[in-house]
Structures are given as structure tokens and as C-alpha cells.
Design a binder for this molecule. Structure first.
Ligand code: ATP
Ligand code: MG
Length: 424
């Protein structure tokens, strides 16, 4: 039987790869606008990094990681998210000692062993950015602003930011206590998962999708009633900045994160029309992470855009570049002549193809059509004799004669001037 790709792993074929490139280009421009620099990291890390950095009692670490032993018997894991790896690199290379905020982004694949469905894969791609070194609410707002800008450049789908504050080490324990008390009393009513969570990572029960748990949790104590004055002030300022940036938001008091190191700001960007997997981007503040990984006290805030979900929202079907020129050469002599022009076109960044077989003009024009070529340069025996080739604009069907004397320069000029005109 023919071998197929693994379940939940997909090939990104021509036609779709251009969509990925488009999303990446938008992201890179936004990162440039915000002054963020790229960091490229290994896909494989020590398992311990994620166990410590993401937290043992999270969905990711409990059941979603691709973990295996390498040939020496060491436990390694394909990265399920980017933040822990970025922080590992920041600490390992002491990037923080440069005395300024670190502004980093990375784009690439993540791996989670989940049930594949629409917008959910086992290898998926994320656009990530992390701002390390600042506790300012403006840093949070800039991170949300970057995710927002990337999404709105790619799609006109209706989006909204949902935001919450998870409190800080000062106010969180009080909420935790109240929540634990509440859960003890409700234990009989909760689903098995939630009973387990209530012992290991109680905040995560707010993530439960079961109706029954959800209705019970409507009565649960909410972190917002426990925010200390600093946490309230921080969130208020983040929201003020979002207003200045003209980013629409709603406060969602039930929003929590599956990742343990998050404090204060947590957010998701939700899109209309995506069904169950409608969170396109998510992120928040993780001031505790650096210390958990053995580093100094380093605040941080970051975000991740899920590219496969954004892909479903793109406005256009086709992001591929059109071929600019197809050369239809008829006969051996014309072909030998035309082959000599190819290099100059390409040196001038004109994309050009020529038929590898000697075919009729009709067949070659058909080929040019299939390639969606903008122009076809026709040259045959007759043209050689008359020292003229014909340049045909495939959109308007207009033809013009081009002298074979300096043919490449003339064609380049004709193509460039028309392209400029249509772009105006
Ligand atoms: P979900 O609740 O959908 O499982 P999550 O909370 O696990 O999401 P994060 O860890 O916050 O997701 O990852 C950030 C973003 O990455 C998500 O908002 C989503 O867009 C995307 N994402 C996460 N898991 C997957 C996956 N298995 N396949 C495709 N995209 C994903
Ligand atoms: Mg998940």
C-alpha cells in the first residue's frame, strides 16, 4: 500500500503555500513596525523544559506532547508551543543582560497530539511574539496590538478581543482558596476531569466544555472579585491603550489559560464563522516563567496566532504570483534564439518560462493560459526573418511587434511600464 502522511500532519501544497507566505509577510511587516526581531529555535527540546515551563497539570503536558526517548535514552519533546523555548534561549544566552526590553518573534510549526479536526492539527503553525523585560501595561497592549494588526491585515472577518486578568501572586492565592472551598462543596456534581483539575490546577475548570460543569461554574468565585489594586489598575490601563489603538474588546471573567505561568493579562482573539475552533490568537503575561526555568525575575508578555485557523479566514482564494512571461518559440531556430533571452529576463526579475517541447502555437498558448501568464512572447521562423517578435498581453489580447534587436530590453520595458500603469 502507498505510504501516506501521519494523521493530523498535512502537506502544504502549491496553492496553499502561497497563503502561508502571505500570512508570514503580513506578520513580518507588523513585527518590523513594532521593532521586533526574529529568533529561530530548535523544534526539539528536553522534555523537562515543557514539563517545568508549561506546567505538569496542563492539557498540553498531561496528554498532548510528542515525547520520546532519543538513542541515548534521554527524554525529548517536539515543541508544543514557543514561549518556553524562547525563554530558554533568552536565559541560555543571557540576552536580557543587554539592559533593554527584548522584542522577539518566531514563526513555525508546533506539535500536539490532539484529535484532528477543522482548525486542529497535530503539526500546526504559529506566529509568536514575546516582549520580555517590561511590566508596563503598554507592553501588554502592544502584544495584543500586534496580533490584532496581523489578523486584520489578513482577513476582514469579524474579530474581537476577549480579555481578563488572572491576578498576581498577591491576590491569586485568595481566589484559589475561595475556589477550592466552592469546588469541595460541588465535587459530586462536577465531571471527572474537573474533579481531577480541582485538585491539580483548579483554574482550569473554567475551560471545561461540559454544560453541567459550566452551569455550576456560573456560581463559582471569579478572580475579578479578588484583584488587588495593582492588578485592577494594570488591566484598566491595558484597556485604555486598547481603546487608543481602536481595538474592540470585551472583558471575559471566565477566560483562563491552560498554561500555569500566566499572570495578570490573558486574552484571546475570537473570529466569527470558525465554529468550535474559533480562537485565532491567544496570549498573555507570564512574569513567573523565567524564575520557574531557573532564571532571574524577568517579566514577559506574548502572543500566538494559529496560522491554520487564520488560513480559514483569508479573504482571497488565490495568493499565488502570476507568471509574467511565457515564450512561445516555434521551430528549432527560434527556440535556440529564445533560450538565450531567458537569463536576462530572470536577471531583471521577470518570471519567465518556455515550453520544453516543440509544440504548435495553439498548444503553447494553451500552456501559457494554464500558467496564467500575463504576457506571451511569440517567435517563429517568420518572426526571425522579419526580425520582429510579437508580445501578446493575455488579459487584453493586445499584440505589439517587438524588434529582435535588443528584444529583452524592449520586452522588459513594455512589461514594467504596463505593470506600473495598472498598479496606479
Ligand atoms: P484550544 O483551546 O483551541 O485547544 P489552546 O488554548 O490549546 O487552544 P494555545 O496554546 O493558546 O491554544 O495556542 C495559541 C493558538 O494556537 C490557538 O489560539 C490556536 O489558534 C492555535 N492552536 C492551538 N492548538 C492548535 C492545533 N492543535 N491545531 C491548530 N491550531 C492550534
Ligand atoms: Mg489546546
Amino acid at each position: 500500500m502507498a505510504i501516506k502522511a501521519l494523521r493530523g500532519f498535512k502537506d502544504i501544497l502549491p496553492g496553499e503555500s502561497e497563503k502561508y507566505r502571505f500570512m508570514e509577510e503580513q506578520a513580518r511587516q507588523v513585527f518590523k513596525n513594532f521593532g521586533f526581531n526574529e529568533i529561530r529555535l530548535p523544534l526539539l527540546e528536553k522534555t523537562e523544559l515543557f514539563a517545568r515551563g508549561i506546567g505538569d497539570h496542563t492539557d498540553i503536558v498531561e496528554k498532548e506532547m510528542y515525547t520520546f526517548k532519543d538513542r541515548r535514552g534521554d527524554s525529548v519533546t517536539l515543541r508544543p508551543e514557543a514561549t518556553a523555548g524562547i525563554m530558554r534561549a533568552v536565559l541560555e544566552h543571557k540576552l536580557y543582560s543587554q539592559g533593554r526590553d527584548l522584542k522577539l518573534f518566531t514563526i513555525g510549526p508546533m506539535f500536539r497530539y490532539e484529535r484532528p479536526q477543522k482548525g486542529r492539527l497535530r503539526q500546526f503553525n504559529q506566529i509568536n511574539s514575546e516582549l520580555i523585560g517590561s511590566q508596563s501595561p503598554l507592553a501588554d497592549a502592544e502584544i495584543i496590538g500586534m496580533a490584532w494588526d496581523i489578523l486584520t491585515r489578513c482577513t476582514s472577518a469579524e474579530l474581537r478581543v476577549e480579555i481578563n486578568s488572572l491576578g498576581c501572586p498577591d491576590c491569586r492565592p485568595l481566589h484559589r482558596e475561595a475556589l477550592n472551598l466552592f469546588l469541595e462543596n460541588q465535587a459530586k456534581e462536577l465531571c471527572e476531569d474537573c474533579i481531577r483539575r480541582s485538585k491539580t490546577n483548579p483554574l482550569r475548570i473554567f475551560d471545561c466544555k461540559q454544560e453541567k460543569c459550566r452551569s455550576i461554574l456560573k456560581l463559582a468565585p471569579l478572580i475579578k472579585h479578588y484583584w488587588c489594586p495593582e492588578c485592577s489598575k494594570h488591566l484598566g490601563e491595558v484597556l485604555d491603550f486598547l481603546e487608543i489603538f481602536e481595538i474592540p474588546f470585551v472583558i471575559n471573567p471566565y477566560l483562563v489559560r491552560g498554561l500555569d505561568y500566566y499572570v495578570r493579562t490573558t486574552f484571546e482573539i475570537i473570529a466569527q464563522g470558525l465554529g468550535a475552533q474559533n480562537t485565532v490568537a491567544a496570549g498573555g503575561r507570564y512574569d513567573g516563567l523565567s524564575k520557574v526555568l531557573g532564571g532571574p525575575d524577568l517579566p514577559g508578555v506574548g502572543m500566538a496566532v494559529g496560522m491554520e485557523r487564520l488560513l480559514l479566514l483569508l479573504d482571497k482564494d488565490d495568493y499565488s504570483d502570476r507568471l509574467q512571461l511565457f515564450i512561445a518559440a516555434l521551430g528549432r531556430e527560434a527556440r535556440e534564439e529564445a533560450v538565450e533571452w531567458l537569463k536576462e529576463f530572470r536577471d531583471n526579475n521577470i518570471s519567465v518560462q518556455i515550453s520544453y517541447e516543440d509544440k504548435s502555437l495553439k498548444a503553447q498558448l494553451k500552456q501559457a493560459d494554464r500558467l496564467k501568464a500575463r504576457y506571451v512572447l511569440i517567435v517563429g521562423e517568420k518572426e526571425l526573418e522579419e526580425e520582429e517578435a510579437i508580445l501578446k498581453n493575455m488579459e487584453t489580447s493586445q499584440q505589439q511587434a517587438i524588434s529582435l534587436d535588443e528584444v529583452t530590453a524592449s520586452v522588459i520595458k513594455a512589461i514594467c511600464s504596463e505593470t506600473e500603469e495598472t498598479q496606479e
